[in-house]
Design a binder for this molecule. Structure first.
Ligand SMILES: [Zn+2]
Length: 271
């Protein structure tokens, strides 16, 4: 079921950008750009309506999460069955309805199929309490593997990780993750990884992990990389066991993400 990408508000050439960056405006105003997004989303089974709203002051309403119809009226929008005008949209009960009000907060990358999927992850995170469980599940699994194979204990004071643990976690995710941001070691922070998993699920049909790495970058000393290899005592059997655990974990995550996204059907999100 393809995503429906529509524009709302002021998208004429003479209009001010209103916090939409130039590359994104280029993508969203070109039929080929929109078509590319729709093609990449083609296998996602949940109908998704993505509305790109551009206009004065609307950009201030960013990363809100789940909203109601009243919120849309306050943005100057009208809900109709068959939208034709730049201020009209329809809301489907059987779809995920999401309105993006700008693209400068947060990610600072152009509005491609991937970033729409990623930001849908943020939208889910904002409203669904089970999202926190999902991120904790990911972090706990990473923590277990780091402990049992590398002998690294993530330092957790209350809920927050300390800086070193955040760095190690980010690097570990960049090793096991198979999406572009991980491959290029461009994961913005460890907490972006769950959003990237959701995006991967949407665009490819499922989460996939690399084989468990045998070493990870742990820190830099005087400009040189320091790697942590498997810890003393971890055996080849441990490697096989933990790698299998990691690969099977992808299936668990697919079930969790499927539920999170299905829970979003009928909702209206403003991001
Ligand atoms: Zn993000």
């Amino acid at each position: 079921m393809p995503i429906q990408v529509r524009r709302l508000g002021k998208w004429a050439e003479k209009d001010r950008p209103y916090k939409w960056d130039k590359p994104s405006i280029g993508i969203l105003t070109s039929p080929i750009g929109v078509q590319k997004i729709e093609q990449k989303w083609a296998n996602f089974p949940i109908k998704t309506n993505a509305w790109m709203l551009r206009g004065k002051n609307v950009w201030k309403k960013v990363e809100i999460g789940r909203v109601n119809e009243d919120f849309l009226f306050k943005l100057g929008l009208k809900i109709v069955d068959n939208p034709q005008k730049p201020d009209e949209l329809n809301i489907d009960e059987d779809a995920i309805n999401i309105i993006f009000t700008q693209n400068v907060a947060g990610e600072r990358v152009p509005f491609t199929a991937g970033i729409i999927a990623h930001r849908l992850g943020h939208a889910v995170a904002k409203y669904n309490p089970e999202y926190r469980e999902f991120t904790e599940t990911v972090q706990n699994k990473a923590g277990k593997i780091l402990r049992e194979f590398f002998g690294i204990e993530l330092s957790i004071a209350t809920y927050d990780l300390n800086q070193e643990s955040m760095n190690i976690l980010k690097r570990f995710y960049e090793e096991i993750g198979t999406m572009r941001s991980a491959r290029n070691h461009k994961l913005r922070a460890h907490f972006e990884f769950p959003h990237e998993l959701i995006a991967q699920y949407i665009l490819t049909g499922g989460v996939k992990f690399n084989p468990l790495p045998r070493k990870i970058l742990s820190h830099y000393v005087f400009g040189r990389s320091q790697f942590r290899y498997k810890h003393f005592g971890a055996t080849e059997e441990d490697y096989e066991r933990l790698n299998q655990e990691l690969q099977e974990f992808a299936n668990d995550l697919n079930r969790i993400i499927k539920n999170l996204l299905e829970d979003s059907v009928g909702g209206i999100f403003a991001m």
